[in-house]
Design a protein around this ligand. Structure first.
Ligand SMILES: Nc1ncnc2c1ncn2[C@@H]1O[C@H](COP(=O)(O)OP(=O)(O)O)[C@@H](O)[C@H]1O
Ligand SMILES: [Mg+2]
Length: 283
């Protein structure tokens, strides 16, 4: 049973609470986004050159709706640059990037891409430290352009329920009145994931979410991501192989190397791949 079912009455979920028809609290489908061919993201032949150096080199990669995709690869492989392309921070030198069938990400700016439903968590947490956990989530909710509310409007009961469900999911229930600045590094990372989730992005990009976390925090983050499985489409870049094994399960793992896909398959397949062992995992 998911954590969320303790908070919301049976049959009810975020989407129905906000008048939408989706059958889960996630946003694996959304108004305006055409995912009829099953993929939410298509990167085709993407190259990013920095003064002639190809940080991304003819990269091809698709993410399916509801998939949790792990991306691994050595430092400098182009993982963060790929996220920069998807979120509009960096323009590819060539190639195409589509969100669903119709949204050409290479023609949208960062704000438009965020509003279209791609949420990103950077490596370092960027919570509002002088505000409480609850206020951080409330602020994130009110920054969501799809929500018709003002900063000073009182929260509706649906909005309170939604924050309560997210607090439980990110393991911060009971801590909602603490200042975010007093949380542990791992808790700040969870809070930031909560701030992303509250805006219901359809595609979530997480860049090294467990870097710097304790072993216990890393294990809880794996549980958290496993709870999100199937409810959101998620791309996770991580170096911690134990963590990747926990969340990849039987799903696809992509190995990037020198800006291209070196290998792709289940965790077992990529771990047994000689080229992957050579450039990344070591013998
Ligand atoms: N703005 C930039 N200008 C020049 N080189 C860059 C820039 N951003 C990244 N790079 C280079 O591109 C390569 C890929 O970097 P990055 O995407 O950060 O790799 P990863 O996240 O896989 O470690 C690295 O060699 C890095 O130095
Ligand atoms: Mg990186």
């Amino acid at each position: 049973m998911s954590q969320l079912s303790h908070v919301l009455p049976p049959g009810q979920n975020y989407e129905s609470a906000s008048g939408d028809q989706e059958a889960s609290y996630g946003r694996i489908k959304q108004d305006g986004l055409d995912t009829t061919h099953g993929a939410i993201l298509y990167l085709e032949d993407i190259t990013v050159s920095f003064d002639g150096f190809k940080a991304i080199n003819q990269l091809n990669l698709d993410i399916s709706v509801g998939e949790l995709r792990c991306i691994i690869g050595p430092n400098g492989a182009g993982k963060t640059t790929m996220m920069d392309v998807i979120t509009g921070k960096t323009r590819p030198t060539s190639g195409t990037a589509f969100f669903g069938q119709t949204m050409d990400l290479t023609k949208m700016n960062e704000v438009e891409i965020a509003h279209a439903g791609i949420g990103r968590k950077f490596q370092r947490p960027t919570v509002f430290e002088q505000h409480t956990v609850f206020d951080n989530l409330e602020l994130a909710m009110k920054m969501d352009k799809r929500v018709k509310t003002t900063l000073f409007a009182r929260l509706s009961s649906e909005q309170r329920d939604k924050i309560a469900a997210i607090l439980e999911l990110i393991r911060l229930n009971g801590q909602e009145q603490r200042l975010a600045g007093l949380l542990s590094h791992g808790q700040k990372q969870w809070l930031e994931i909560g701030m992303l989730l509250i805006q219901e992005p359809q595609l979530i990009l997480l860049d090294e979410p467990v870097a710097g976390m304790s072993d216990a925090e890393t294990a809880r983050t794996a549980e958290l991501l496993n709870e999100l499985r199937g409810k959101h489409s998620i791309m996770v870049v991580e170096h911690d192989m134990g963590f990747v094994a926990e969340i990849a399960q039987q799903g696809k793992v992509t190995v990037l190397h020198e800006g291209s896909v070196l290998a792709q398959g289940t965790m077992q397949q990529v771990q047994a791949d000689d080229r992957v062992i050579e450039v990344y995992l070591g013998r």
